[in-house]
Design a protein around this ligand. Structure first.
Ligand code: 4NP
Length: 162
């Protein structure tokens, strides 16, 4: 049997953007009947919120789309870097934080800005909504759904899904 494609979404606190992305991408692969092909998780570079559920504002936006977020925040580990096939970071700070953990080219190549998969010409980042209002959380939800679609199409194009 083909090995699953292992996807890890990464932000700073693992309570806003990366759990939203994890939920959106899981929802998409379930809807497209591709969920058996994936292992999907999320984490943070900081560990500030270890063990916590996603921020209530993140959970509310996900609930509005029929997505229930049950993930508990956890900090990125070195083992994650080798275990996962895709390390999808939300912004440049996350990129630097993950990138600084390794010199290995094959791991560096796995680190991608999730925002590069968006369908419009906006900046390739998912902005941190933590100190913002509900509008920012809705924008994050919209953006991670859009990027999920783009990422799934990307995997199809590079024939991971064939
Ligand atoms: P996230 O948002 O990285 O999208 O989960 C944040 C959550 C918590 C903090 C910063 C950003 N914080 O400073 O505690």
């Amino acid at each position: 049997m083909k090995e699953k494609i292992r996807v890890l979404f990464i932000c700073l606190g693992n309570i806003c953007r990366s759990p939203a992305a994890e939920g959106a991408f899981k929802n998409l692969v379930i809807k497209t009947k591709l969920d058996h092909l994936f292992e999907i998780d999320s984490c943070g570079t900081s560990g500030y919120h270890d063990g916590e559920l996603a921020d209530p504002r993140t959970r509310k936006e996900a609930e509005n789309r029929g997505i229930s977020l049950t993930h508990r925040s956890r900090k990125l580990t070195k083992a994650d870097l080798t275990y996962f096939d895709y390390l999808l970071v939300m912004d440049e700070n996350n990129f630097q934080a993950v990138s600084s953990l390794t010199n290995e080219k094959n791991i560096q190549d796995k680190i991608l800005l999730f925002g590069k998969f968006r369908s419009d010409a906006g900046a390739p980042i998912v902005p941190d909504p933590y100190y913002e209002n509900e509008v920012a959380f809705k924008k994050v939800q919209d953006l991670v759904e859009d990027c999920s679609l783009g990422f799934l199409n990307f995997l199809g194009e590079i024939k991971c899904l064939k």
